[in-house]
Each structure stands twice: as structure tokens, then as C-alpha cells.
Design a protein around this ligand. Structure first.
Ligand code: ATP
Ligand code: MG
Length: 343
């Protein structure tokens, strides 16, 4: 049975006139990695800060697990329960003159780790983030990525059951990013729950069990990636041509193909075709139906007699496409609603 470890109900945060988080309803399940994505300013950090008790909600409720399979209001639980959580929120800031050993030791004491276990926990966390060698070095000598990794170590040093990580991969080089991805997988294998915000959609799709998308403070989707993908109405075909098209003819050709495609594909793109001289070829956006794909192929080959050497569905950045589609639709809805309100 799925147990809920965090439950946000009608959670709202206002900063003066701005609604940063708007009636958020979301549950985080025991043992899952829940990805939290959305554009800059969507309300991810604000949500995590409210969960961590760093800022107060304007209204609504946060409940967290009390360890006995039931939920308790976050504001009313004893602080011990919060020790089952680990937080990395926003960009971690450390004093330059202290060492990882000192700072992690401090956190361990604060979080109630028994004295005799502290050294072991520090070793464990530093090993995970690959900073063992730097244990006794001053933080002012650290690069941005190393500080970020130390932030991650600080979030997990007491082996919390639930890790709340706000963009833990920011500022990391590709190797370190892969490392962090592995850390997440490891934590997951250990049965930990992870609530992870990120702009790295590939990373998210690789490690998350479910994905929550937020825009302008509103949750616009939450589900497993496969289920979200089924909601996609727009798909892309990459078309590669044997040779580039004469620049003088590009606009006319793009217009012609667009009009033909719009006759059958229910895609709301104004121009479903983009010419890309780097391929050379086209990016074609359509409604994803096999019959439409066939029609598009026919238009390009039989009707227009283009020298096609590649025709394939683009599959690489599915979450990216989905994200853009959902956020764009939400933006349109938001603008329409506001127009109606103003009338
Ligand atoms: N202390 C504050 N005072 C006023 N407005 C704030 C404050 N903190 C955040 N905001 C606003 O609340 C909204 C949500 O910000 P938040 O930091 O939660 O976004 P985010 O989703 O984490 O974005 P990013 O991806 O850029 O980190 C933004 O419009 C931001 O300007
Ligand atoms: Mg943020």
C-alpha cells in the first residue's frame, strides 16, 4: 500500500499581491522520487521552504508523516519528526573559514545524531558526494560545484527518510551531475523518499517515479512520465534532406507544407513546419496520429518530390516537449482568465 509522507492541501503563499503558490494539492509517497518542475518563479522553492518551515503558508495545510503510518499537521509535530527530513533549499551558503567536517558535525548535533555516530555519518555523506579528501579543508577553497555537493551532503548526513532537494544539480559539471543522479538512485534503493526540483528535464525523467509540473504557483500536472506522455497532443518528426533548399524558396515551401499539414493534423501550431539549415531539413509538429504521419510523408515525397533521406519521430526530449506544451497551454489559459477578469 502506498503511504503518504507529505501532503499539501490548498497550500497558498502570497507575497503582497503576488500569489507564489496557489492552492497546491499534492502528496508525496513513501519511497518515491517525485520530480518538481516548472519555469523560473513558478513556486518550487517557495513550496519547499514552506515544507521546511522556513516560511509560513498564507493559508492551507502541510501534513507530514508521524512515522506510524498517519499524517500530522506540520506545525504541530514535535521537532524530532522533522529530523526524518533533510533539506537542500536554494543555493547553499557556508562560512568560508569552516571545514566540511565541522559543518556536517554541527548539523548532526543539531539533528540529534548520537555523538558516537557523528564521525561515521560525516564519512558516509562525504563519500557519497565524493568530497572525502576535502573533509578538513576550508570551504573558501571550494568551487561552486563542490559547495553544491557539500550542500547535498548536509541534506543527507543524518540519513533522513525524506530528502527535499531544490535543484541539487545546479552548477555541477556533467560528470558531477551523473554522480548526483547516481546518489539519488542509491538513496532511492535505500528506501528513501526524494522530493526533487530541477530544470534538468532529462535527469528528472531518468530518476523520477512521478513528475509534478507547476506554473505560476499552480500545479498543472502530476503523474508518471508514461501517463503524462499519453496526454501529449503534439509530436515532432525530423526530416532530413539530401541537400539544402535554396534560401529564396524556403518561406514559400514552408508555407505550402504547413497549409497541407493543417488540412488534416489537429495541431494548434500556427506554423507546424520549421526549416533547419543545419540538418538540412525540417522539424514538423503534428498531432501524433499514425495516419497524419503517413500523410506528411506522402506530401513531402509524392507531392513535393523532396529528396528525403531521413524521416523519423523525435523521441529524445519527450518530457521537454510535454513540459513546454503544458506550460504554454497553462499560460494561454492564465492570460485568457485574466482578460476575462479585467473586462
Ligand atoms: N521573499 C520573497 N518576496 C517576494 N516575492 C518572492 C519572494 N520569494 C519568492 N518570491 C516570488 O515568488 C515567486 C515564486 O518564486 P520561487 O523562488 O518559489 O520560484 P521557483 O519555482 O523556485 O523558481 P526558480 O526555478 O527560478 O528557482 C516568484 O515570482 C518570486 O519572485
Ligand atoms: Mg527555485
Amino acid at each position: 500500500m502506498t503511504q503518504t509522507v507529505v501532503k499539501f492541501s490548498e497550500l497558498k503563499k502570497k507575497y503582497h499581491d503576488l500569489i507564489a503558490v496557489n492552492d497546491l494539492n499534492l502528496e508525496i509517497y513513501q519511497g518515491e522520487v517525485l520530480g518538481f518542475v516548472g519555469p523560473n518563479g513558478a513556486g518550487k522553492t517557495t513550496t519547499m521552504k514552506m515544507l521546511g518551515g522556513l516560511i509560513k503558508p498564507t493559508s492551507g495545510q502541510i501534513e507530514i508523516t508521524n512515522g506510524n503510518g498517519s499524517l500530522a499537521k506540520a506545525r504541530e509535530v514535535p521537532s524530532e519528526l522533522y529530523r526524518r527530513f533533510g533539506f537542500l533549499i536554494d543555493i547553499p551558503a557556508f562560512y568560508g573559514h569552516v571545514t566540511p567536517r565541522k559543518i556536517l558535525g554541527y548539523y548532526c548535533r543539531l539533528l540529534g545524531v548520537p555523538k558516537e555516530k557523528i564521525e561515521k555519518q560525516i564519512e558516509w555523506a562525504l563519500k557519497i558526494v565524493k568530497l572525502t579528501r576535502w573533509k578538513n579543508k576550508k570551504i573558501k577553497e571550494f568551487s561552486k560545484g563542490m559547495k553544491q555537493r557539500l550542500g547535498l551532503a548536509q541534506a543527507i548526513v543524518h540519513e533522513p527518510d525524506v530528502a527535499v532537494l531544490d535543484e541539487p544539480q545546479t552548477g555541477l559539471d556533467p560528470a558531477a551531475r551523473i554522480q548526483v543522479r547516481k546518489i539519488m538512485k542509491k538513496l532511492k534503493d535505500l528506501g528513501k523518499t526524494i522530493f526533487l526540483s530541477s530544470h534538468m528535464l532529462y535527469e528528472i525523467s531518468e530518476i523520477c517515479d512521478r513528475i509534478a509540473i507547476i506554473n505560476r504557483g499552480e500545479l498543472i500536472a502530476v503523474d508518471k512520465l508514461v501517463n503524462l506522455e499519453q496526454k501529449m497532443t503534439k509530436q515532432e518528426i525530423g526530416v532530413e534532406l539530401l541537400e539544402p533548399i535554396n534560401p529564396n524558396n524556403v518561406n514559400k515551401l514552408v508555407k505550402e507544407i504547413s497549409e497541407k499539414i493543417k488540412a488534416f493534423s489537429e495541431n494548434d501550431d500556427k506554423i507546424p513546419v520549421v526549416y533547419d539549415e543545419n540538418i538540412p531539413g525540417f522539424h514538423i509538429y503534428y498531432d501524433g496520429k499514425p495516419s497524419s504521419r503517413k500523410n506528411i510523408h506522402k506530401i513531402l515525397t509524392s507531392d513535393l518530390k523532396l529528396p528525403i533521406i531521413g524521416f523519423s519521430r523525435v523521441r529524445t526530449s519527450r518530457l521537454e516537449e510535454l513540459y513546454i506544451e503544458l506550460v504554454e497551454n497553462n499560460e494561454i489559459k492564465y492570460t485568457q482568465n485574466n482578460k476575462l477578469k479585467r473586462r
